[in-house]
Design a protein around this ligand. Structure first.
Ligand code: PLP
Length: 380
């Protein structure tokens, strides 16, 4: 199988598996004061430092969660606790968009959803207007889009938001571990990540909370006060240890992985566009994650394409919405038709993708698209 669905989840890195298994092979609650408990706490401490090193922040700024969905919920609920305006974009992951809608349900005028252009880039003019209208509590814009890979230039967003007294949250789930991020330079207040996107286990993530950020204390889970009170509950030591080891491996591998994955993605994309024709690559091509290619194959529904190539794991839309009959809100926000959205396949590559995977994906996709187009043409 050519696995090209890293934006849904990445294979667990061997380092992460080993760290998680080692943690699971010992007993101890990270909150206990005996030796076993301290051993668990040490594993969590190490992982906290490893994740912090990947982000270039302090380990005291990391709150472990069950994933990016929880981190996004925690960030937005806390940042919006005192009211004001919440500004986000039309192409965010449902973990941000649905949270934003839920917490402003009683005050729909408190939510501003910024539009994007045909390339998927957020309308900065509209951001400035929203900030100028006053009373913005938080601006939440994703660092990289899960469907198109399009990157947000966070620096001007942070500057404008901070000048207006607003906090900045970024859902960096798809960026962390794939491209460098330096939180001493990128001055966001809150950042969400998920370990399984960069080779850690599923079900573990983190929220970065900048020290000194004016964030009202508003945990989602109350209880034993773990994670400095931000997230009660016995820590998932094995998952966290795996996340830390994956973060370290991603950090060490990044300098080599970024150009290698970019080359593989470009060769996949160029071959498909050349050999298939009548297709369109979605998103700002020179401002994307290295491993993502979203391609609309006109006159060929994506579900039929994917069903015709069982030896390739790719995605129609995002994993969380596939299976649901709704078209991609990201592509619709970029001005694509419903038909185009339904004819779009997302290929996403990562650290273990090989040239053989790409060769196989090209051959299978070319065959599948021609087959689907041929079947549809003969049916009409
Ligand atoms: N945010 C983005 C951009 C994502 O791509 C995903 C996962 O697909 C999430 C949030 C949710 O992450 P998790 O499944 O770890 O909660």
């Amino acid at each position: 199988l050519a696995y090209l669905d890293y934006n849904a989840t990445a294979p667990v890195r061997p380092e992460a598996r080993q760290a998680a298994l080692a943690a699971m092979s010992t007993v101890g609650n990270a909150s206990s004061t005996h030796r076993s408990g301290r051993d668990a706490a040490d594993r969590v401490d190490l992982a906290r430092r490893q994740v912090a090193d990947l982000l270039n922040c302090s380990h005291g700024e990391i709150v472990f969660t069950s994933g990016a969905t929880e981190a996004n919920n925690l960030a937005l609920r806390a940042a919006f606790a005192a009211g004001g305006q919440l500004v986000t974009s039309a192409v965010e992951h449902p973990a941000v968009l649905e949270t934003a809608k839920a917490i402003t349900a009683e005050l729909p005028q408190a939510l501003t959803v910024l539009s994007v252009d045909v390339d998927g880039l957020v309308d900065l003019e509209a951001l400035h207007e929203a900030l100028a209208a006053g009373n913005v509590a938080v601006v939440s814009l994703m660092a990289a889009n899960n469907e198109t890979g399009v990157l947000t230039d966070l620096a001007p967003v942070v500057k404008a938001a901070h000048d207006a007294g607003a906090l900045v949250h970024t859902d960096a789930t798809q960026l962390v571990g794939r491209l460098p991020i330096n939180l001493t330079e990128t001055d966001v207040d809150l950042l969400s990540l998920s370990a399984h996107k960069f080779g850690g286990p599923q079900g573990v993530g983190a929220l970065f909370v900048r020290r000194g950020a004016a964030l009202p204390y508003r945990p989602l889970l109350f209880g034993g006060g773990q994670e400095r009170g931000w997230r009660a509950g016995t820590l998932n030591v094995a998952g966290i240890a795996g996340a830390g080891a994956a973060a370290e491996a991603a950090r060490h591998g990044m300098a080599a992985e970024v150009p290698r994955i970019t080359r593989l993605r470009d060769s996949l994309e160029n071959a498909l566009v050349e050999q298939i024709g009548d297709c369109r690559v979605n998103g700002a091509v020179d401002r994307r994650l290295p491993g993502v290619s979203s391609i609309t194959f006109h006159r060929a529904p994506a579900d039929a394409i994917l069903a015709s190539m069982p030896d390739v794991a790719a995605s129609d839309g995002s994993a969380c919405s596939s299976g649901a009959p709704t078209p991609s809100h990201v592509l619709l926000a970029m001005g694509r038709s419903r038909e185009d959205a339904d004819s779009t396949v997302r290929f996403s590559l990562g650290y273990a993708t090989t040239a053989e995977d790409i060769d196989r994906a090209v051959a299978s996709t070319v065959r599948a698209v021609h087959h689907v187009r041929g079947t549809l043409a003969s049916a009409t």
